[in-house]
Design a protein around this ligand. Structure first.
Ligand SMILES: [Fe+2]
Length: 385
């Protein structure tokens, strides 16, 4: 998060004595990224956060690849992913490369028996269905339909759902996820031409502090293995923190679309960036207003990036036979464009209600075995007249 946040109790000067009412010291932890060069947070714990009792299990959760090299456009029917009780087991990686993994999940139950920590990747969780509360060591965030939850790597969390009907679209990123640099000034403040501002980014306001000892399981993901680590103290024992590295939420419904007289290119929809992929939000908006404008996009050849669109809601103007929860994959190397009839159909229309999330990766994506279970292999022919 590119701006400063403070929650709970902290001492006036960092790295100085900060004592509990009984006179003992709180345990300070500097939690940083990119060595000591990236964003960091300074937190104060009831107990030292280093008290490992044992490592109980280790198992691999790397995505199983079905198609590594390919040049095929696919449609995946995301809602065919079966709901599962456990949050981590419900997460099905569908597309992956060395920079990121795209995951679909339909978890039915809140995480109760364990905490989760992903040290490999930042997680961007888009809430397609469901409401609840993300609980983290640095505070909680309520979520609902349309929210992006950004959890920087290493933040310990649990997720509570209010009902069993939940659908998540998750991007794991091995590079930090930021808001686009071109929308920020040299101080990091979001500029006037940005499609959102600081008021739209929700920071944790509710800090849970558990001063407890016992056996606390943290499932730690590292190098695609899960290590079940048992800690002697509750991982949510922070009494206060400040800094820049913390989870936050942003609703896609707060993204203000940028429109024009003629078709605007995908970068106007950009919401997040990394140096390996971008995330864009397609939201309800007015169409282009040149008298001869064509609202549907032109054919385009994303020769060096794979395009993943996750369809959330509304009628997606350029595609035929696309429903909520579908993913389209248009791979690098070949052109794609509107489906037959979509260009003519778009002319004269004044607005769209479409809602979609797009992930464009610079490296090709591999298709997983889980993805092939919900794949439409005929989609490649869907542009034929
Ligand atoms: Fe495209």
């Amino acid at each position: 998060m590119p701006f400063y946040h403070k929650l709970g109790k902290i001492p006036p000067k960092r790295h100085t004595q900060f004592r509990k009412p009984d006179g003992s010291l709180y345990a300070e932890q500097l939690f940083g990224t990119i060595g000591f060069d990236g964003m960091s947070t300074n937190s104060y714990h009831e107990h030292r956060p280093t008290q490992v009792k044992e490592i109980r299990k280790q198992y691999n959760v790397a995505p199983k690849i079905a198609k590594a090299n390919h040049i095929q456009s696919y449609r995946f029917r995301g809602f065919q992913v079966q709901p599962e009780n456990d949050y981590l087991e419900s997460r099905k990686a569908v597309l992956t490369n060395s920079d990121c993994t795209i995951i679909l999940a339909a978890p039915k139950q809140s995480t109760q028996a364990y905490f989760y920590k992903n040290t490999d990747a930042d997680e961007l969780i888009f809430i397609h269905k469901g409401t609840g509360k993300l609980r983290t060591m640095l505070g909680n965030l309520d979520f609902k339909y349309g929210d992006y939850l950004l959890i920087p790597r290493g933040i310990i969390y649990k997720i509570d759902f209010n009902t069993e009907d939940n659908r998540l679209f998750i991007v794991e990123s091995r590079r930090p996820i930021y808001t686009p640099k071109r929308y920020r000034n040299w101080f990091g403040q979001l500029l006037e031409h940005a499609p959102f501002c600081e008021r739209d980014l929700r920071q944790p306001q509710e800090l849970e502090t558990h001063n407890e000892k016992g056996d606390f399981i943290i499932k730690v993901k590292k190098q695609d293995d899960i290590f079940e680590m048992v800690y002697a103290t509750h991982p949510f024992d922070v009494v206060g923190y400040d800094g820049y590295n913390y989870p936050y939420a942003f609703s896609i419904h707060d993204f203000e679309p940028i429109t024009g007289r003629i078709h605007q290119p995908p970068p106007v929809h950009q919401t997040f960036e990394t140096d390996a992929f971008v995330v864009c939000s397609f939201v309800p908006r007015l169409y282009d207003y040149h008298p001869d404008s064509i609202p549907a996009p032109y054919n385009h050849s994303n020769i060096d990036s794979d395009e993943v669109l996750y369809y959330v809601d509304g009628d997606f103007m350029s595609r035929n036979d696309i429903d909520a929860g579908h993913i389209s994959l248009h791979p690098a190397g070949i052109p794609h464009g509107p489906h037959p009839g979509a260009t003519e159909r778009s002319i004269g229309q004044t607005k769209t209600d479409e809602l979609a999330v797009m992930v464009d990766t610079f490296k090709p994506l591999m298709v997983t075995e889980e993805a092939m279970k919900i794949a439409d292999e005929e989609y490649i022919k869907s542009w034929l007249e």
